[in-house]
Design a protein around this ligand. Structure first.
Ligand SMILES: [Zn+2]
Length: 398
C-alpha cells in the first residue's frame, strides 16, 4: 500500500466530476492504493482474509460545493448483502448516543402515531429503538438485514432485505431516515433524488440524515478514517448544499456523538435562508484539504514511533472495524492483537490485514503494553474494562 500527496491527477478527478453537484472543478488531494474493498465483512479464515479483493482511493475535493469523493470508487467491488458487522450497538456509549438521538427526533418530529422509514437500516437496531416512542409503523430496508437478529414482538416494525434504489421510491413515511449510508453512496445526487420521491409521497414528510464528519477527519489528518466503502465525505456545509441541490430545504444542522457525526433535518422545497450558520464554505473546506495529506503523514510517523517503542507484539488494537483495518494497513502491522466486545466479530478475520478478532479477555494472556482504542470516545469505557481484568497498559486512542 502506498499513499501520497497528489495534485497531478486533476484530469482524472475532473473527468469523474462531482457526484453531489455535477461540477467539474475537482482537485485530487490524497491517494491510497490497494486497500480492502470492504472493511465490515466477517471472514471465517485467514486465507480468505489475506486474499480479499482490493481497490484504490483517490480523494478529490469539489471547489464548487465542498464535497469530497473517491474518484476511483467502483461500486461493483462492494457488496453489502454479504454478512457484515457494522453494528456498534454493543457499546454503552454508543447506546447512550442512540437513546439521545431517539429523544431528539421524537422532540422534533413528534413520532407517536407516525410512520418511519429507515433506508439502510443495517440490523434494525435503531428502528427498533425508535419504535419505543410509539410510532404507528416502522419500515427498514437494507441488503444486509439479518431477520434472526431483530426482535419486535409488537409487530409494528417490518424489514425488507433489499437495496434501496430507483425501484424502492414508493416506500415512504412521515419521517424518512438514513443513517451512515450516504458516505457509502457514490451516486449522491441520484440517491438524494430517490429520497426526494420517497419523502414527497407522504404530505408533510421530513428527511433525517446522519453521516460522519469529514471536517474532523481532515482537521485531524485521520488517515484511519479513509477507507474504500467511504466513497463520499461531507462537512456540515457540503451536506446541506447536497440536500439543497436535490430539492430539499434544510431545517436544521448540527453535530453529535462528540462532534464526530453530522445530523441534518430537511423537507421538500427551497428554504429562504441560503445557508445556515453552522455551515462551512467550500473555501474553508479547501483550506483543510490542503493540509490533510501532510497531517496524515506526520500522524503515521508518530504512531510508527510509538508502536516501535513497545514492539508490535505488545500492542493491542481495541475495535475490530473499518478504522482498525485502515490503520493496520497504513502501518503494515500483522502481529498486533485485535479485540472487540462484539461477540459476532470474535473469531472472525479482518480482510486484507488478515488478523483474527478476539475477545478482550485474551488481553489477560497477552498482557499488552500499549492499547489503542480506534475511537477516543471509547477510551474511558475501555480503560475501565482493562482495569476490571487487572491490566494497566498505556491506553492511547488514535
Ligand atoms: Zn460539487
Amino acid at each position: 500500500m502506498t499513499s501520497s500527496l497528489v495534485f497531478e491527477h486533476d484530469d482524472e478527478a475532473r473527468q469523474a466530476g462531482c457526484r453531489a453537484c455535477g461540477a467539474t472543478d475537482l482537485v485530487a488531494f490524497y491517494e491510497v492504493s490497494s486497500v480492502p474493498t470492504q472493511t465490515c465483512v466477517l471472514l471465517d479464515d485467514v486465507a480468505g482474509a489475506a486474499a480479499y479483493p482490493t481497490g484504490d482511493v483517490l480523494l478529490a475535493f469539489c471547489e464548487t460545493c465542498g464535497f469530497i469523493e473517491n474518484v476511483r470508487f467502483d461500486d461493483r467491488l462492494v457488496d453489502y448483502s454479504v454478512p457484515t458487522e457494522e453494528s456498534q450497538a454493543f457499546s454503552p456509549i454508543f447506546k447512550e448516543f442512540s437513546t439521545w438521538l431517539v429523544e431528539e427526533l421524537d422532540e422534533r418530529y413528534h413520532l407517536r402515531g407516525r410512520s418511519v422509514l429507515e433506508v439502510g437500516c443495517g440490523k434494525g437496531d435503531f428502528l427498533l429503538q425508535l419504535a419505543a416512542t410509539g410510532i404507528r409503523h416502522g419500515l427498514g430496508i437494507d441488503p444486509g438485514f439479518l431477520p434472526e437478529r431483530a426482535r419486535n414482538e409488537e409487530g409494528e416494525v417490518e424489514f425488507i432485505r433489499d437495496w434501496y434504489g430507483a425501484r424502492s421510491t414508493h416506500l415512504t413515511a412521515d419521517l424518512v431516515t438514513t443513517r451512515h449510508l450516504m458516505e457509502h453512496v457514490h451516486n449522491v445526487a441520484e440517491f438524494l433524488g430517490w429520497l426526494r420521491v420517497s419523502v414527497s409521497a407522504t404530505p408533510g414528510s421530513a428527511l433525517f440524515t446522519e453521516v460522519p464528519d469529514a471536517g474532523r477527519v481532515l482537521a485531524e489528518g485521520a488517515y484511519w478514517d479513509v477507507y474504500y466503502e467511504h466513497c463520499s465525505y461531507y462537512t456540515l456545509g457540503s451536506l446541506a448544499r447536497a440536500l439543497r441541490n436535490s430539492g430539499f430545504a434544510v431545517d436544521w444542522l448540527r453535530k453529535g456523538f462528540q462532534d464526530q457525526y453530522l445530523l441534518a433535518g430537511a423537507r421538500l422545497g427551497t428554504s429562504d435562508a441560503t445557508s445556515l450558520p453552522a455551515e462551512d464554505t467550500p473555501v474553508e473546506v479547501a483550506a483543510m484539504v490542503q493540509t490533510f495529506a501532510a497531517k496524515a503523514e506526520e500522524g503515521r510517523r508518530l504512531w510508527r514511533e510509538r508502536i516501535d517503542e513497545v514492539g508490535e507484539d505488545h500492542v493491542a488494537i481495541w475495535g475490530g472495524a473499518s478504522k482498525t483495518i485502515a490503520f493496520l494497513a497504513a502501518h503494515g502491522l500483522s502481529r498486533v492483537t485485535v479485540v472487540d466486545i462484539n461477540p459476532y466479530k470474535q473469531g472472525k478475520w479482518l480482510p486484507g490485514v488478515a488478523i483474527e478478532v478476539q475477545s478482550p479477555s485474551i488481553l489477560m494472556e497477552t498482557r499488552p503494553r500499549l492499547v489503542i482504542p480506534m475511537n477516543p470516545i471509547y477510551t474511558t469505557e475501555i480503560t475501565a474494562d482493562l482495569a476490571r481484568m487487572g491490566l494497566d497498559p498505556v491506553v492511547m486512542a488514535v
